[in-house]
Design a protein. Structure first.
Length: 725
């Protein structure tokens, strides 16, 4: 077999241009000239790349971000003010500017404009087309029926069609102004009104995620959610290819209803579609073989619990069939599966706030070598033990892993760099790590453990006191430590009193980025920094952060059993806590508290022994700025926080934030509702939302959309926007 010759490098091509006589003499003198050419080639490569980029910068599809406004200036595009780079680039809007102007004032142009400006799927509705009017017989409008078809349950379903973006029923006139704020109070069905519906919830795809048994030993009934809770499935939105096309239900991320999935089963079920069920069987070689369930065996029906409290599900399928309930996320096999068969599903789940382990793209990271890979739920503990001196364990799929219980690190060599051990989920994967006894961090001095993209359930992440005074660093990126440690079938926390993260070593440094977790127990001396995180103690009256006293008989702090995982009454202060763009549900008792652009939602229950719901012991240090802090809190100095102590007592509760949902697992979990006052929705230092939703820059998207609507709206019409999710 002929081995292909390698492509010549830039240095080779440049050296070949020299006359042969110079190359021969250079070889006689030790290739000094060749070394000079190598140095020269590095500059030539940079010049070639610059020339190629200059050519790419001539086109809006390939130009660098800085060049997009300059190309837009050539066609009269006016950039928006105050737009954050992390929200969007004007590339799409510049590319569509000419098409916008050709279709100025049409619903299709307004819809595409809203999609490009906000980055959210959108649907434009001309509300004057939905008014009950007397029909003109020379121009009948068959779509504007005065009375609805009472047999069309899909059209009459509240929340998916009726009074929403795809409502085709006729309505009486609404005299309220469509531009009223907040959007939920705006008028809709008026003669001059045009509405823009926006979907803030994203449909995130999970590939080959294992189904969860309804009960131990039950091999017929399963749930799609890996935590064993009922959860709605979402449909994957199509990509609209024409600017003239108005969005349809298939073009936006909507929850799948039973009737909609049953009517479109051939289009929704299958590979690269909304849903696919499969059976995985391990062959003789030890590899898993997937066998998809054909659509002919799938039925869609209501699998709700039967009345009477027996625990039985309705509509048990016949043998050989598989029943699916997309609204509850339940799967019912007509024939019991063997123990050697693992049912899996490729599906989409809703996510409004991109935090925690979510399965969406997060970007590659530079991780230490060597790399070890694990997949298909295989036991990863032995591989991880071999990386105690430094390295990365990569989990490449969204399977369930029950063998991971300890992350060990060995002390770094004297004078050398710190030992770093990563446990990372691949981009697009969301592995579920089940740790009934907790995930223990057995760390030597001068070591770092990084957990990235993991969904940890069943127990906490624990760093016990080592007693040697060495520095240890723990980092969590895009992880979910399930609040309450696990969930019940109806989505409630199984153990709301237990902590999700226990840091019992006073010399530890902990950094969390874009994580969702339950309460934190961190002893005095530990340094905890959270950025873009949600800390959920399951209730504002519970404890979200506190410390733990030293044992009465001395010795290191440990977590011997499940009882030691409880937060207790929160009377002992925790370590230094720094919050940056975070939402905390529950009380805080810290040694020093710093907060910026954060929401601290806490209150004292009757008979609570704590001095305050939010309490910092050392108030000479620490600062809270641009944050919501409950009344009566005892903290360090504050700067432009809400509620303002100078306000009259009767008006302070008006600043309280309102959430769309605080039930972990809901698509709109931790999302600020439209009823939240602007003092909170625009109360951050950059006039964005306080709390974990700050990273969405929702108020800036709204302002940009209103500016653009004024520019492209037809004379005499008024426009407003509504949040469909």
């Amino acid at each position: 077999m002929t081995t292909p010759r390698p492509e010549p490098t830039t240095a080779d091509r440049l050296y070949a241009l020299l006359p042969e006589v110079y190359r021969l003499r250079d070889a006689e003198r030790g290739h000094v000239l060749r070394e000079f050419v190598d140095v020269l080639a590095t500059q030539l490569v940079a010049l070639e790349e610059d020339l190629e980029q200059l050519y790419d910068d001539q086109f809006i599809e390939t130009c660098a971000p800085w060049a997009a406004p300059y190309i837009g200036d050539l066609i009269g595009y006016r950039p928006l003010h105050g737009v954050a780079d992390r929200v969007r680039s004007p590339r799409a809007e510049v590319a569509h500017t000419i098409a916008y102007r050709r279709r100025k004032g049409t619903a299709a142009a307004l819809e595409q404009l809203a999609r490009d400006v906000t980055g959210w799927p959108a649907r434009a509705v001309e509300f004057f087309e939905r008014l009950v009017t007397t029909q003109y017989m020379n121009h009948t409008r068959l779509h504007a029926r005065a009375t609805p078809d009472m047999r069309d349950q899909e059209a009459l379903s509240w929340g998916t069609r009726m009074n929403g973006a795809f409502d085709d029923l006729a309505h009486t006139a609404d005299v309220r102004a469509i531009g009223a704020r907040p959007p939920r109070r705006a008028g809709r069905y008026g003669i001059p009104n045009v509405g823009i519906f926006l979907w803030r919830t994203e449909a995130v795809r999970l590939d080959r995620a294992p189904l969860t048994q309804h009960a131990a030993g039950d091999r017929r009934r399963f749930r799609v959610d890996t935590l064993g809770s009922d959860s709605a499935l979402f449909g994957a939105p199509r990509t609209e290819e024409e600017i003239t096309h108005l969005a349809e239900p298939e073009d936006v991320p909507l929850p799948l209803t039973r009737r909609r999935l049953a009517a479109r089963l051939d289009a929704s079920y299958g590979n690269e579609r909304d849903l696919l069920l499969a059976k995985a069987v391990r062959n003789a070689a030890g590899a898993w073989k997937l066998t998809p369930v054909p659509s002919s065996e799938v039925t869609v029906c209501d699998l709700s619990d039967l009345p009477g409290g027996t625990g039985a599900w309705a509509h048990a399928p016949a043998a050989g069939k598989v029943a699916v309930d997309p609204e509850l996320g339940r799967v019912y096999f007509g024939t019991a599966l063997p123990v050697t068969t693992k049912p899996v599903a490729t599906h989409h789940h809703g996510l409004a706030v991109p935090l925690g382990a979510r399965g969406s793209a997060r970007g590659e990271a530079t991780t230490p070598l060597p790399h070890r890979e694990v997949a298909d739920g295989e036991a990863p503990q032995a591989l991880l033990d071999g990386l105690a001196g430094g390295g990365t364990l990569r989990i490449t799929d969204s399977d369930r892993y029950e063998d991971l219980h300890t992350v060990q690190t060995t002390t770094a060599a004297a004078g050398g760099p710190d030992t770093v051990v990563w446990v990372r989920a691949d981009d697009g994967a969301r592995p579920t790590v089940v740790v009934p006894d907790g995930l223990r961090l057995a760390m030597g001095p001068r070591t770092t453990v990084v957990l990235d993209g993991l969904l940890v359930t069943g127990g906490p992440v624990v760093l016990e006191e080592q007693g040697d005074g060495g520095n240890r660093t723990v980092e969590l990126h895009d992880c979910t430590l399930v609040p309450g440690q696990s969930r019940t079938a109806d989505g409630q926390p199984a153990h709301p009193e237990r902590a999700s993260l226990l840091i019992l070593d006073p010399f530890a440094t902990v950094r969390l980025n874009r994580c969702v977790l339950g309460p934190i127990v961190a002893v005095e001396g530990a340094d905890i920094t959270l950025t873009d995180c949600v800390v959920d103690a399951s209730a504002p009256t519970a404890v979200a952060h506190c410390g733990r006293p030293a044992p009465a008989g001395g010795g290191p702090r440990t977590v011997p059993d499940a009882a030691a995982q409880a937060t207790g009454d929160g009377a002992e202060p925790g370590g230094r806590l720094q919050l940056r763009e975070c939402t905390v549900i529950g009380g805080i008792h810290a040694d020093v508290l710093d907060a910026s652009n954060s929401l601290l939602v806490a209150e004292l229950a009757p008979g609570d022994v704590r001095e305050a719901a939010v309490w910092a012991r050392r108030r000479q240090e620490g600062c809270l700025r641009f944050s919501y802090v409950p009344e009566g809190s005892r903290t360090g100095r504050r700067y432009r926080c809400r509620p303002d102590p100078a306000d009259p007592p009767g008006t302070r509760r008006a600043d309280r934030p309102h959430f769309t949902s605080l039930r972990f697992g809901d698509p709109a979990y931790a999302q600020l509702g439209t009823a939240t006052p602007d003092t909170v929705r625009r109360g951050a230092d950059d006039e964005s939302e306080m709390g974990a939703t700050h990273l969405l820059f929702t108020p800036r998207r709204e302002s940009d959309l209103l500016l653009r609507l004024d520019e492209y709206l037809r004379f005499g019409l008024e426009a407003g926007f509504f949040y469909a999710t």
